[in-house]
Write a protein that binds this ligand. Structure first.
Ligand SMILES: [Zn+2]
Length: 550
């Protein structure tokens, strides 16, 4: 519900607003009222804010990570629309409300660029030998066992569980690679985007932003017979796929579910990426999508400037099949067809050559690595050294959700290469080696991290992911969405760190217990480590698991 700006203050005065808990509308929708926690506890009143009152919120932690360094005594100011207006030390005359975050450091929200939320239900159920040689392909059998059974409400409950864990670990936006479209057996739902909307609803109810990357899945493989277990994914007709994608795009652009169950219209001027949910396309893989179909999907994405995500070179068998069908590797095929560009993200890109890394870079394409999943599935190691040296922007995804901790993915990107090459600091930029040849004398001065190994990995978890899924966040700068998280400086995992070593401590050592506040569009979704609907989400998910597996 949108209220006219001319409404006057209905309750309280400007002094009343100071020091109370105010909650802006969810997900950056431009609303002009706030709800105040009142006395006695449980009672609420609504305050309508007139135009001539300051409405900015100042967030004041011990440190803010901005511009490649941790700064102290700095406040981040966010407006009612959920955007950052400035970072300043002179906040007291500007802000209507000051949120002191003592003993905490504030960092940009993490962006999870590759997720299959429903796969949260198979966590812990695939860690045993099921064949003489277990692999990605035997794991997929178990995944199909879950994918063929989930009802729409189950998809909501599983997704909400995954998104809750993301929020609790500092993730504020997700790229959801969504391929469950139809009812079990393949029948169409009355609304063919029923399941996509359940996933979007789950993200909105948890409070994180979502790029719903709608998956095109046309076949089991080249010359492969249809697989009944893929019936929920399959759309053989590219026109039908694109029609449903456009419908979803328009639906999400108009309204999005809000966390209180209401459906709010967005203000006409809101940029799409500042909203809670938007659409991208995801041709599943060269195995699952014929070339003509792929061309049509990419042309549609170009027309609408949508992100395009695709599994690329995850498994050697995929490369072999592509060679057999097209006479080229997947990357060579995509490059040759002119389908790589700055909106394209190749997910995994494990089995690629140096030349292919250079061709991804030349096209300004992104790569999304998912190291915790790739190690779990035995996929192999993403050659991030080749990719970063070539200039490819690498993002990170938690993918199958064996573990949801994007900073673990960030450090694994480096650690896998250390084990492979028997070296340390493999992904450190050249300039990092020059400036850090000797251990720094501890000055506790803010250190420019722009060219450090830790900053490079942190960029993968933030700015690179945001660019890959078309989100506006990823960094703490004026004009960006106020999406961030805080960490407790006295948490066991980072205690003792100061401005000069805090970022490496966060990237290589942070435990999830350190994450205290998570804010999306200026609105807290996790406060002091707790999400307000945590218990209900866990209870419903536990019931789902009981029904599915026992
Ligand atoms: Zn995937």
């Amino acid at each position: 519900m949108l209220m006219p700006r001319s409404l006057s203050l209905l309750a309280g005065g400007s002094d009343v607003r100071r020091g109370v808990d105010l909650f802006a509308c969810p997900l950056a929708a431009a609303c002009f009222f706030m709800t105040v926690r009142a006395w006695p506890p449980g009672a609420t009143i609504k305050i309508f804010l007139p135009d001539n009152q300051p409405t900015l919120t100042a967030w004041l932690p011990d440190f803010i990570y901005t511009g490649g360094r941790f700064e102290s005594d700095l406040a981040l100011l966010s407006d009612r629309a959920g955007r950052i207006t400035q970072l300043t030390r002179g906040y007291d005359k500007l802000a209507a409300r000051v949120v002191r975050l003592k003993g905490r450091a504030l960092l940009p929200g993490l962006v999870n660029a590759h997720s299959h939320a429903f796969q949260r239900v198979i966590r812990g159920r695939t860690e045993r030998r099921s064949a003489s040689h277990d692999s990605f392909w035997t794991w997929r059998e178990m995944m199909y066992a879950a994918a063929t059974r989930l009802a729409p409400e189950d998809v909501y409950d599983a997704s909400r569980m995954a998104f809750l864990e993301m929020a609790a670990s500092g993730i504020t936006a997700v790229g959801e690679f969504h391929y469950l479209h139809h009812a079990p057996g393949g029948a169409r739902y009355a609304d063919e985007n029923e399941l996509a909307k359940q996933v979007v609803r789950a993200a909105a109810d948890v409070g994180i932003r979502i790029a719903l990357l709608r998956v095109a899945y046309a076949r089991a493989g080249w010359n492969a017979p249809p697989d009944a277990r893929q019936a929920r994914f399959i759309e053989r007709d590219p026109e039908a796929f694109l029609k449903q994608t456009e419908t979803l795009k328009n639906d999400l652009a108009r309204v999005a579910p809000a966390s209180d169950g209401a459906r709010r219209e967005f203000a006409a001027g809101d940029a799409e990426e500042a909203r809670g949910a938007w659409v991208g396309v995801a041709p599943h893989s060269v195995r699952a999508v014929p070339l003509d179909y792929l061309r049509e999907v990419c042309a549609f994405a170009a027309t609408h400037a949508l992100p395009v995500h695709m599994h690329v070179a995850e498994q050697p068998a995929e490369i072999a099949a592509c060679m057999e069908e097209h006479g080229r590797t997947p990357v060579a095929l995509l490059a040759g067809e002119g389908l790589l560009n700055e909106r394209f993200t190749a997910v995994h890109a494990v089995h690629i050559t140096p030349e292919e890394a250079r061709s991804l870079a030349a096209a300004h394409a992104h790569v999304c690595a998912c190291p915790t999943t790739e190690r779990n599935l035995g996929d192999g190691i993403v050659p991030a050294d080749l990719l970063l040296a070539a200039g490819v922007r690498v993002s990170l995804g938690t993918d199958s959700h064996t573990q949801i901790d994007l900073l673990e993915d960030a450090r694994e990107l480096e650690y896998h290469l250390r084990l492979q090459k028997l070296e340390r600091a493999v992904l450190a930029p050249e300039t990092d080696a020059a400036t850090n040849a000797l251990p720094a004398q501890t000055s506790h001065e803010p250190k420019d991290e722009t060219n450090s190994l830790a900053a490079r990995l942190f960029d993968c978890a933030t700015t690179n992911g945001a660019a890959g899924i078309g989100a506006n966040g990823g960094a703490l700068e004026p004009g960006r969405t106020a999406d961030f998280f805080t960490v407790a400086l006295d948490d066991l995992s980072i205690a003792g760190a100061a401005a000069d070593d805090l970022l490496p401590a966060v990237v290589f050592s942070l435990a999830r217990t350190a994450v205290r506040d998570v804010v999306v569009g200026g609105r807290p979704i996790v406060e002091d480590g707790q999400h307000r609907t945590r218990d209900e989400i866990i209870e419903r998910f536990t019931n789902l698991q009981r029904r599915l597996w026992r």
